[in-house]
Write a protein that binds this ligand. Sequence first.
Ligand SMILES: Nc1ncnc2c1ncn2[C@@H]1O[C@H](COP(=O)(O)OP(=O)(O)O)[C@@H](O)[C@H]1O
Ligand SMILES: [Mg+2]
Length: 447
Amino acid sequence: MQASYPRSSSSPSLQLNQNYKGHGLPKGKEREQRASIRFKTTLMNTLMDVLRHRPGWVEVKDEGEWDFYWCDVSWLRENFDHTYMGEHVRISHFRNHYELTRKNYMVKNLKRFRKQLEREAGKLEAAKCDFFPKTFEMPCEYHLFVEEFRKNPGITWIMKPVARSQGKGIFLFRRLKDIMDWKKDTRSSEDQKDEIPVENYVAQRYIENPYLIGGRKFDLRVYVLVMSYIPLRAWLYRDGFARFSNTRFTLNSIDDQYVHLTNVAVQKTSPDYHPKKGCKWMLQRFRQYLASKHGPEAVETLFSDMDNIFIRSLQSVQKVIISDKHCFELYGYDILIDQDLKPWLLEVNASPSLTASSQEDYELKTCLLEDTLHIVDMEARLTGREKRVGGFDLMWNDGPVSREEGGPDLSGMGNFVTNTHLGCVNDRKKQLRQLFRSLQGQKKTPN
Ligand SMILES: Nc1ncnc2c1ncn2[C@@H]1O[C@H](COP(=O)(O)OP(=O)(O)O)[C@@H](O)[C@H]1O
Ligand SMILES: [Mg+2]
């Protein structure tokens, strides 16, 4: 079932939830019915545009009471536990989101989940979690790392700070000596603004054979919206993008971040960067490119392998994350594809960038956020039976969601074919574009 939404500017008038109560009040104290939804955010990008234009929503500043807060994770850490939230209040992160979004915890949870699967369902099932590169937490797993390092001399490793983003603090290495130097350097480093007092890293096997397009490396950014962990209820967004490096890939210069790190924040400082051209391809274009090179079946397999990554990574933290009906989270997955068309999970971001780098990017992000708000559904317009809302497809609802009406669509061996359409044309956008063109055409037609 599909909920069809016009854009915010033409949304129908709000159907108000009769049970609105303000946040921050003593429990049980009734409040008058609200005529609007009070939102708060600290972000000044596409999010603010979307929130401000949403009919019936009003901005609250400073200490004002709010119904909806798109907060940053530092607010959460300091305030979540001391904030009373009424029934209807919604907030943009889960309390311990870092179980999935900090690089070391994500790997720890995935390793544990794989072991559990092996015990309960056997090796074959456990092997379906083999989508993250071999990773060690530093410095606490240093000795284990050295053992592994010595088994495979000559391969490349990547060191990443566990809680930073945008490629900051990352470097590649092939000799143990290089991380001895790092150890010395980090001790004297002043750059310790992160959440933890001593900065931890992960040492991860570097994917040396990335799939290249035009000789360039890229990775994919995919958006997953989780509305609940118990039961797990997750939506996959159809649109996303591939982020390219500007420089041809080579393993000869492992110190060159423009070759190896595909973060936009890194690439846009490259001398070869063209602000007009940018460094992104929309997922539709990427999907079409692959289909023309490898055929539709190879593409189907790749995309269903990605579905497997989204679901299993969420399952790996399902029992760890504190499920709270006030919370939702829009995750940004970083996926790298290798030359055998195998997708690898690099990390999951709690705060994917909502800043637009081009007009196309602006459209993607504003639609993504509008659709997220439709699903969060402060206005109580959904029936709860929707399988699609805007560009989001419900992919997991306490079990796989079938693409068609009827029961779950399971295809033997525990593989699931679920209701996902990643990189498929988002026909809502197409419809809007057609409508826009026809309106423009009407304007031009003389009376
Ligand atoms: N194991 C890896 N193999 C190959 N490239 C990697 C690997 N890990 C990270 N990268 C590259 O480095 C970039 C940044 O890594 P990521 O783990 O996403 O950290 P950050 O939080 O800084 O974005 C990725 O977008 C990718 O281009
Ligand atoms: Mg990243």
